[in-house]
Design a protein around this ligand. Sequence first.
Ligand SMILES: Nc1ncnc2c1ncn2[C@@H]1O[C@H](COP(=O)(O)OP(=O)(O)OP(=O)(O)O)[C@@H](O)[C@H]1O
Length: 744
Amino acid sequence: MTGRQDQLRQEQAAVDLRYQRLDTLRAQARERLATVRRTGPSGSPQNRSERDAFATLYEDRVAQLDAVEDRLCFGRLDLRDRSDLYIGRIGLTDAEHTSLLTDWRAPAARAFYSATSARPDGVVRRRHLLTRGRAVTGIEDEVLDLDLLGDHAVDPSALAGEGALLAAMAAGRTGRMGDIVATIQAEQDAVIRGDLAGALVVQGGPGTGKTAVALHRAAYLLYTHRRALERSGVLVLGPSRVFLRYIDQVLPSLGETGVVTATVADLLPGVTVRATDRDDVAEIKGRPVMADVVARAVRRRQRVPAAPVAVRVDGREVVVRPRDVREAIGRARRTGRPHNLARVTFVRDMLSRLAAQWVDQLGHSVPDEDRAAVIEDLRTTREIRIALNLAWMPLTPQRLVGEVLAKPHVLAEVAPELDARERALLHRPVDSPWTESDVPLLDEAAELLGEDDQAERAQADADARRRQEELDYARQVLRSSGVGQGMVSAEVLAERFAHSGPVLTTAERAAADRTWTYGHVVVDEAQELSPMAWRMVVRRCPTRSMTIVGDTAQSVRGTGRTWDEALDPVLRGSWRLAELTVNYRTPASVAQAARAVATAAGVHVGTTTSARDVPDALRTRSVGPDELHGALVREVRRAVERLDEGAGRVAVIGPAGQVEGLRAALADDDVGRLLRPEGEGTTLDARVSVLDPRAAKGLEFDVVVLVEPLEILAGSPGDLYVAMTRPTQALRVLATGGLPEGLS
Ligand SMILES: Nc1ncnc2c1ncn2[C@@H]1O[C@H](COP(=O)(O)OP(=O)(O)OP(=O)(O)O)[C@@H](O)[C@H]1O
């Protein structure tokens, strides 16, 4: 045992050294920040913006160094050449630039995740360091090359397999997702370090770490391709705002703060979603044919009048003739520009034709400047404006889509592919609130309508020239300031110099701009995106550099589309598939029951193995209707009792229509106090939550009490599969109306 104690002491010293260095760097960054701030508000605008840029730089650095405090150093590799390498959240060097800690994302750290005894990659021993705060509490070794172990002193009793992983899985949930940087498994590592280019689809059953892997991949790509990605930005799309809050600490804990997170509905600035569509309505709005419907609705507002319109201007008559309008529309369409921009061509053409009519009546030709005056007179004549607007109306997306959905005759005209029942489902009053499935329709419309951006483009050209000058300057500054590589690029520093006002981050600029295109997009719960939503996402990532993670079996549509069906229309077969096969969340017996229920309901679930089982993880109970609420309260009380002090979450998941009733039943009991977050926080921070399966998507809890599974199944088998696979410790089922096949 002394050997082991010695090793613990040795590792404690190694870890202490790394924390000392972290403290020194923090103190330095704080000192530099204070110095920059002390320089006060004087100086030229150039000096001021430079000072602001450095202030932001040091603030970021301090925030980054603070965020890596927990488990700063979690691993060690002993290599064949007898050197060793400590692996941690960030890279650290000492004052002499000797490496102290290797960033988990660096190429040299890869073996920590991927080496096996069959392919040791030069690694003799992999050591996991278990820490609490700054104290080393345990070490776990895997010897990968026994022959070469030689005089590396290893206590054979310390040869542990997946203790760190099992400890991570068994820990009480906190309501926020944590990072998995210390225990990433080989199949996950292969996905995280996959190439930046192209679309990578990651299919995996519940709890296989898809979300975790997608976020670690975002951090890895930013580290490895910082220059390419920092300015264009990385976008992470999640299914709901609650989910985005659930994951919001993962990237900062990996030292990355600049990633944009959003739901699909957030991608269209200026539109706020205030209502939800029924599934059948959402399904229709998401069909690919809706792109044609929107396009037809736009063309419908480019129309030839049935009869000529005569207008008197300055004592002479001009006629807006159907034939002229038809030709002018044809010419404007041939420009290929969006509706509101092509309208300029249309109006110019029509005014020129009308001016010719007017001038012809004079019986002699006129000089150019007089002709321009005639055109101006025509343009400002009210009747002509009305006639031209009727032929080619300037439009907003909201007006166009609102009209299509509110006017049955318009919908019938532009959507002949839909039958009368489907059109009736889409119909709704004008000025109804927007829903999530309206957003891709509005975005499609915005794309086809366009805005007049001439002034903006001229400005952009001027900006580009100025930026080049600032970039050259920023490169010089970086060379002389000694700031570490990988922390900020010259491009971003230049960007900061350019703003003497408040500095806008990539995230802020991207969020405000519908036409922003990202360097990489991560889509989580991707099985839920409709074909129309996919069009919207791909528009924001023309390079198609994407990470798409999801599980077709968890789709709300239950039997679900395949990835080919979902992605081929937008990615045209150009994507690669990776699979994750080990479930790190759900105990084996619960996962097995969930699979049996899904399979009996006709959902195709892939093969997934659970990393562990937990005794007594699954229990089902049938109760009478009058007993349901009483039984629920008892079950939740028991669940709360098994939670750790401070950590641990319980969820009651029931049919959407019963959520309020279930919450009320708990609120009447003492346990109801746990429905509220402790201190300041959101519902995610409450020890007990009551949710429907859709709201539970992507989340996890220690214990789930599942109420009325048959009713959930009747709504959607995918929903039941999601609900059953949320717990990390135990699933309790309460049913009044019998149990679904596979669970009974
Ligand atoms: N290598 C790992 N080490 C430790 N924990 C892990 C590892 N991989 C996954 N986990 C944990 O397993 C749980 C499930 O991960 P995650 O939510 O990413 O799975 P998922 O595939 O997105 O699940 P679902 O599809 O059901 O939403 C999380 O608590 C995550 O931290």
